[in-house]
Ligand binder design. Structure first.
Ligand code: EPU
Length: 337
């Protein structure tokens, strides 16, 4: 374990923001993590995984622990299903591809989501009708205060839409070191209900899809709609989709007959923030190097050398405009640091 000083974080965050870390510690195993957590000169830490859900608006003085642990193992398997344990530093999409190769079903709809396995439970990553919680069994964590290992089972994690205990009462208290998933080995329960997946499969004349077909469809849809962070800096959806009351939705629909929406309950409706932002005229707009993606208005992009502050200023301008035009408050999904 070594401590590096004044490290550029540009390649450690998918937004590609060039903030500097005063102290940067790369962690490749649990012993290193335990040693690092006991260094007396550092009373607190900033834990960094894949850097795919953060906007850095300043240099980071707090020492960074970059969780870079690798490993995938089959814990147990039957003819029907398999439990796998994946180390926190594994790349999420590479994990999905490994599942597809081994014909382990359950995470194919979550193909191409940026980030690491260890941070996936924090916001209960989700796409195309599937969320992490659907295959999640448990995660191992280290308690930053006591250095004890603890297991969080599914019900302990309090998963919700882009939400979990790790964003609330457990925030900053634990470091997730590995995650266990339950995947199918046969009779895969495919989720192709999402319109875009159906269309993609149909246009490829696939009537009896495999998990690989579904993964390929998701990859194709995402590549068309969402910018690749390796080419253009971004953090996926910058905002959450707001949930509004049925009464407010009815008023919105009076003026906008075709507003897309998902019914959450009898009294609540979720409206795509991307649609609201597009209606406000921001889609594809660029302000210096900060911009709104041309194919998906929910995604803010760093065209080249935007600072975190510039992206944040654009996010605030979008929030204010949506609030003024629709009287709907949209909240950042990305952690602003
Ligand atoms: N829409 C627009 N304009 C836009 C973007 C979207 O009108 O610029 C409309 C679309 O036409 C569609 C609706 O909004 O009718 C929903 O769009 P989409 O299917 O792209 O999904 P989303 O609700 O915008 C969410 C997730 C994505 C995930 C997709 C697919 C959130 C915050 N985002 O986006 O997640 O990939 O559904 O399941 O829930 C991410 O978290 O980084 C992410 C990309």
């Amino acid at each position: 374990m070594s401590i590096q000083h004044n490290v550029s974080l540009k390649k450690f965050n998918t937004f590609g923001i060039d903030a500097t870390a005063k102290n940067f510690i790369s962690i490749t195993n649990i012993s290193e993590l335990l040693v690092a957590l006991q260094l007396e000169e550092f009373p607190e830490y900033f834990v960094l995984g894949g850097g795919s859900n953060m906007l850095l608006t300043k240099d980071i003085e707090t020492p960074i622990l970059h969780i870079n642990t690798k490993g995938k193992r089959i814990v147990i398997q039957t003819e029907e299903e398999v439990l796998v344990e994946i180390q926190a530093g594994e790349n999420w999409h590479e994990f999905v591809l490994w599942c597809i190769e081994n014909d382990f079903g359950g995470v194919e709809n979550l193909s191409l989501i940026p980030g690491n396995v260890g941070t996936s439970p924090i916001q209960n990553i989700g796409a195309y009708g599937v969320e992490l919680k659907d295959t999640f069994v448990s995660c191992s964590v280290i308690d930053i205060e006591t250095l004890e290992q603890k297991i969080f089972q599914l019900e302990d994690c309090k998963f919700g839409y882009r939400n979990s205990i790790f964003k609330n009462e457990a925030k900053g208290k634990y470091i997730i070191t590995s995650v266990v998933f339950r995947l199918t080995r046969k009779n895969h329960k495919l989720n192709t209900s999402y319109g875009a997946i159906q269309q993609e499969l149909e246009s490829n004349h696939i009537t009896n899809p495999t998990i690989k077909n579904v993964s390929d469809a998701v990859i194709a849809i995402r590549e068309r709609k969402l910018p690749n962070p390796k080419e253009i800096g971004n953090s996926g959806s910058f905002f959450k989709n707001p949930v509004i009351s049925k009464a407010d939705f009815d008023m919105l629909q009076e003026n906008h007959k075709n507003v897309p929406h998902y019914v959450v309950s009898d009294t609540e409706i979720k409206v795509p923030a991307g649609w609201l932002i597009e209606q406000c005229g921001f889609k594809g707009k660029r302000f210096g190097d900060a911009g709104v993606h041309k194919n998906q208005a929910l995604v803010l992009v760093n065209h080249d050398n935007a600072t975190g502050a510039e992206i944040l200023a654009l996010a605030k301008k979008i929030q204010a405009t949506v609030l003024e035009k629709f009287n709907i408050a949209i909240e950042a999904e990305v952690n602003v640091i």
